[in-house]
Design a protein. Structure first.
Length: 55
């Protein structure tokens, strides 16, 4: 085997590792926070409260 075969296997290994880390983080986040917290936008609420429009 030459250098490019080893580089290809290493790239596949890194790709698989990153995929597993993404899945692990997804499951951990999903089990830690409720769906309401994950789909809310506190920044948007804070900005909406801070804005005062005069008509």
């Amino acid at each position: 085997m030459d250098y490019w075969n080893y580089a290809e296997y290493a790239a596949w290994g890194v790709s698989a590792l990153l995929g597993l880390l993404i899945i692990f983080d997804w499951l951990r986040t999903d089990s830690t926070y409720s769906e309401d917290v994950l789909t809310s936008s506190r920044e948007g609420e804070v900005e909406a409260v801070a804005e005062k429009h005069k008509l």
